[in-house]
Write a protein that binds this ligand. Structure first.
Ligand code: SF4
Ligand code: SF4
Length: 249
């Protein structure tokens, strides 16, 4: 069974935020509602201080704490959809338990005070939905939290399931350089200028994502939480706090 996973090489990532912008365009998110974000932080003190960054989508955890706490079962992990974690907007009551339970801070409640003015929700008011931008992605699936959300629900990254789900069956990797798969590749992966992101089937031994994780000792963030992300990081800076994958035999 397919298990979709993402690999992010921190040695290649330039922190340009193209992924963040592509995600916002693809998924019609509001300003500040960054399903895919790049977190910037400084390390050390002068004169050896340095600015660094961490690209951060939803980890689509194998053991997601957001699912465990949801009282209405609106948040669920769909094994038939490659193990992606979705929010059913028809069931979500906006209690935000999941936002507190997620150790990665990747969930959003977009009804809150806007982070920029003017409030886009007032500029493009939506009837029955949070807002109605002039351009709207053609896909909508409220059971999977895809499309423009209604009021009072939580949202998050879906690994661009509306694209990924149309990929040819049994494909090992979704790569923008492959004409057969580029249309199905998640927007952040397809857009990344330095090609720091990879996307493929963690259950397929032939996949590039598996090879990278094994060869370059991919790590999962905050693995001590037991969430077991389906997103792996490579490169310097990906070591703490993390889990190291077993060495390839
Ligand atoms: S990263 Fe957070 S929101 Fe995503 S599956 Fe894991 S616990 Fe849930
Ligand atoms: S906010 Fe919605 S998805 Fe999150 S725990 Fe509450 S009901 Fe479930």
């Amino acid at each position: 069974m397919t298990k979709w996973g993402m690999v992010i090489d921190l040695d290649k990532c330039t922190g340009c935020q193209a992924c963040t912008t592509a995600c916002a365009m693809e998924n019609n998110t509001l300003p500040g509602e960054n399903w895919q974000d790049v977190l910037y932080y400084s390390e050390g003190t002068y004169p050896t201080a340095k600015l660094t960054w961490l690209p951060r989508p939803c980890m689509q955890c194998e053991n997601p704490s957001c699912v465990a706490v949801c009282p209405t079962k609106a948040t669920y992990k769909d094994m038939d959809a490659g193990g992606i974690v979705f929010v059913d907007w028809n069931k979500c009551i906006g209690c935000k338990y999941c936002m507190i339970a997620c150790p990665y801070g990747v969930r959003f409640y977009a009804d809150e005070k806007p982070v920029v003015e003017p409030d886009i929700r007032d500029v493009f008011p939506g009837e029955g939905q949070l807002h109605a931008p002039p351009y709207q992605g053609p896909e909508s699936d409220s059971v999977r939290g895809i499309g423009i959300q209604p009021k009072g629900v939580v949202s998050k990254c879906t690994f661009c399931y509306h694209k990924v789900s149309k990929a040819p069956e049994g494909v090992a990797d979704l790569d923008e350089d492959n004409p057969d798969t580029k249309e199905y590749t998640p927007a952040c992966v397809r857009t990344c200028p330095p090609k720091a992101r990879y996307f493929g089937d963690l259950d397929n031994p032939e996949s590039e994502v598996n090879r990278l994780i094994a060869d370059q000792r991919g790590v999962r963030l905050k693995d001590h939480t037991g969430n077991r992300p389906q997103v792996y990081y490579l490169g310097s800076g990906a070591d703490v706090p993390a889990y190291q994958s077993p060495k390839k035999t």
